[in-house]
Design a protein around this ligand. Structure first.
Ligand SMILES: OCN(O)CCCc1ccccc1
Ligand code: NI
Length: 187
């Protein structure tokens, strides 16, 4: 079972490496890893389990954060609207790829954090507001999905990890709270 002890922290070189594509269909080891990554996210969002296992809440996790330099990410973003269960996303993506993205940009009003970063880094992380992503699932099936708003932000954060990019790389050092016109602020 994955716990915080398995998550490497900033300064570890694997967080800055470009991760390798995995064979498709994923081998058993990579399927098992994906399941454990998703379970970690679910545990981290369960108050009892999170307390018992001392987990920081997370909506995404990338294999490099486990010192596994493979292009595997997991996302578990519960839908905020019970009437629209499809507004959340819960899946493991193998070899995810952003095929296209909106010109329109967006950021989270509270900025971003990271399980591999044990400090607050204030500032807007400006990303594409909408993305089209292709990925393979555990069975090796290819998917092409369109994401927007919070789901799009989370998946971009995770795909950054498999490219060795940290969220604060996107923050304007001189003026972290600068916002260009037209950037959608998501709260
Ligand atoms: O890489 C996952 N992780 O460090 C957990 C936090 C995920 C996350 C937090 C804020 C905005 C997008 C994604
Ligand atoms: Ni992160």
């Amino acid at each position: 079972m994955i716990t915080m002890d398995d998550i490497i922290r900033e300064g570890h070189p694997t967080l800055r490496a470009v991760a390798k594509e995995v064979p498709i269909p994923p081998v058993a080891e990579d399927v098992e890893l994906g399941k454990e990554m998703l379970q970690f996210l679910k545990n981290s969002q369960d108050p009892e389990k999170a307390e018992e296992l001392h987990l920081r809440g997370g909506v995404g996790l990338a294999a490099p954060q486990l010192d596994i330099s493979k292009r595997i990410i997991a996302v578990h973003v519960p839908s905020i609207d019970p009437e629209k269960p499809e507004s959340g996303i819960s899946t493991v993506m193998y070899n995810p790829k952003i095929l296209s993205h909106s010109v329109q940009e967006a950021c989270l009003g509270e900025g971003e954090g990271c399980l591999s970063v044990d400090r607050e880094v204030p500032g807007y992380v400006v990303r594409a507001a909408r993305i089209t992503v292709s990925y393979f699932d555990a069975e090796g099936e290819k998917h092409k999905i369109r994401l927007k708003n919070y789901n799009a932000i989370v998946v971009q954060h995770e795909i950054d990890h498999i490219n060795g990019i940290m969220f604060y790389d996107h923050i304007d050092e001189k003026n972290p709270l600068k916002l260009k016109d037209g950037v959608l602020v998501i709260d």
